[in-house]
Design a protein around this ligand. Structure first.
Ligand code: 3SL
Length: 239
């Protein structure tokens, strides 16, 4: 396996795709997707564009779907849910298909959705992601951070580093660093793994969420291996 990390969707190479793409948006889209599927949601369908979300969800029986949207950290008026993972309880989402659009995370999915395998990763499901990669050993893996509107996000790099560090530990010489970003991310994770919540609160997007009073979300997003679910794309944009 050759492991590449790209900090934003915009930094991924044009005209190429890997065998397996791992999308990371720790604060908070991929954490929310893992939570929703673990709580029994039928599927999560991701959209960069709100109008496309509205027209696609209108084709689905209303009693079996929820529409979720976030912009700038806040829920979008008129939608059933925002992007706080703590709102995705079994009572709320079980057996529902969730049509979701977020500022950055769903754009990252869109960038790699034509790859043969697309997975959503969070700290919550770190071991599930690493076990899957160790067992399937794809030739080329990209870990794609969502960033914030084209800029770097520290928390996504910490999660990319957790995956990179654990997979390198599991596969040893069978895993090669594809770029220095993967090695740098692994170093960041090793430095901070016992203080992830603190790191996330220092990060720009953590600061943005703290201003919106989302302290509990950040603590939740920093927990490691609490969920066994592996969100894997079954058709473009559907996990
Ligand atoms: O940018 C995104 O996709 C979101 O995850 C951002 S937020 O955490 O919901 O503010």
């Amino acid at each position: 396996m050759k492991l590449y990390t790209y900090h934003t969707p915009e930094l991924t190479p044009d005209g190429q795709l890997p065998e397996c793409a791992i999308v990371v948006d720790i604060l908070r889209a991929t954490t929310t997707i893992v939570t929703a599927l673990a709580a029994g949601a039928e599927a999560v369908e991701v959209f960069a564009d709100l109008d496309k979300l509205k027209s696609r969800s209108a084709e689905h029986p209303p009693e079996l779907c929820l529409r979720a949207a976030e912009r700038g950290g806040a829920p979008v008026a008129g939608f059933d849910l925002g992007n706080s993972p703590l709102d995705y309880t079994a009572e709320r989402v079980s057996q529902k298909r969730i049509f979701m659009s977020t500022t950055n995370g769903t754009r990252a999915f869109q960038r790699v959705q034509a790859a043969p395998q697309v997975i959503a990763a969070a700290m919550l499901n770190l071991a599930a992601v690493v076990n899957y990669l160790s067992e399937t050993n794809p030739a080329e893996v990209w870990i794609v951070g969502s960033g914030w509107e084209g800029t770097y996000s520290l928390e996504d790099t910490a999660c990319a580093g957790a995956i990179a560090h654990e997979i390198k530990t599991a596969l040893g010489d069978k895993c090669e660093w594809g770029n220095d970003e993967s090695l740098a991310a692994a170093c960041l994770y090793q430095q901070w793994r016992d203080r992830l919540e603190e790191l996330f609160k220092e990060a720009t997007h953590g600061q943005r969420l703290l201003k919106l009073d989302r302290h509990a979300d950040i603590a939740y997003c920093a927990s490691i291996d609490t969920h066994k679910v592996l969100p894997i794309q079954t058709s473009p944009g559907v996990l």
